[in-house]
Ligand binder design. Structure first.
Ligand code: DLZ
Length: 213
C-alpha cells in the first residue's frame, strides 16, 4: 500500500453539510463489477456527508463514451424543471431523460419502460458525479475514449457552471481498476475505493459553488 500521507484525497479543511444538496450520479455499465463497487462507495460517502437518499439521482449509460452527453442532459433537465417550465417543456425533458434509465438505488438498474418518470426534479443539481471505468486493450480505443471523456466532462462543468466530478478510472489493466474500486485481488490488498473520494469531492464542490466569496 502506498503512504496515505503522500497520495489520495485528505479530509476537507471543514466538514461540509450535504443535507440540502441534490446530487446526480451518471455511471457507465461497462466493467460492471468495478462500477458497482465505485457506485456503492460514492453513495455511501454522499450519505455520510448528509446527502439525503431521495436527493441522490442515479442514471446509467452503456459506456464511458456516453458520459459527457448524459451529464450535460441531466444538468440541463434539472435547470429546466426547477425554473417552473411550461408543461410542454417538462414533457420533452422527461423524454430526453428516458434515454437513460432511472433509479435511486446503489445498484445499476433493470431496464425500465421509457414512460418512467424521472423523479421530482425540483431544484437544479448541485453537482454531478460521472462514473466510468476504462481499461486499456490492444488498440488505440482506450486513448481516444479517455481523451474525449476527459475533455467532454471538463467542458460541461465550465459551460454549465455545475460542478462535475471526474469519476472515471483510466486503468492500464484489470488489477489497477480493481484496486481503485477497493476490490483488489493482488498482493497489494483490496486497495482503496475511489468512489468515496468522488462523493466527498461532490459535496465540497457543491458547497463551494454556492459561496465563492
Ligand atoms: C467499446 C468500449 C470498450 C472497448 N471499452 C470500454 C471500457 O473499457 N469502458 C467503458 O466504459 N466503455 C468501453 N467501451 C464502450 C464505449 O464507451 C461506448 O459505450 C461505445 O463505443 C458506444 O458509444
Amino acid at each position: 500500500m502506498s503512504d496515505p500521507t503522500i497520495k489520495g484525497l485528505p479530509p476537507p479543511p471543514v466538514k461540509y453539510d450535504g443535507s440540502n444538496f441534490r446530487i446526480a450520479i451518471v455511471h457507465a455499465r461497462w466493467n460492471d463489477a468495478i462500477i458497482k463497487a465505485l457506485l456503492e462507495g460514492t453513495i455511501n460517502k454522499l450519505k455520510e456527508q448528509g446527502v439525503k437518499e431521495e436527493n441522490i439521482v442515479v442514471k446509467s449509460v452503456p459506456g464511458s463514451y456516453e458520459l459527457p452527453f448524459a451529464t450535460k442532459q441531466l444538468i440541463e433537465a434539472g435547470k429546466v424543471q426547477s425554473a417552473n417550465a411550461a408543461p410542454s417543456m417538462i414533457a420533452s425533458t422527461t423524454n430526453l431523460l428516458s434515454l437513460i434509465d432511472n433509479n435511486t438505488s446503489s445498484q445499476p438498474s433493470e431496464p425500465k419502460p421509457s414512460s418512467t418518470s424521472t423523479g421530482p426534479l425540483t431544484t437544479p443539481f448541485d453537482a454531478v458525479i460521472s462514473i466510468g471505468c476504462l481499461i486499456k486493450g490492444s488498440t488505440m480505443h482506450f486513448e481516444y475514449i479517455c481523451d474525449a471523456v476527459t475533455h467532454g466532462l471538463m467542458r460541461i462543468q465550465l459551460d454549465t457552471g455545475t460542478p462535475v466530478v471526474f469519476g472515471v478510472l483510466t486503468a492500464l489493466n484489470d488489477d489497477q481498476a480493481l484496486e481503485r474500486a477497493g476490490i483488489g485481488r493482488g498482493e497489494k490488498g483490496k486497495g482503496h475505493n475511489h468512489g468515496e473520494d468522488w462523493g466527498l469531492a461532490a459535496v465540497e464542490l457543491a458547497a463551494q459553488n454556492k459561496d465563492w466569496t
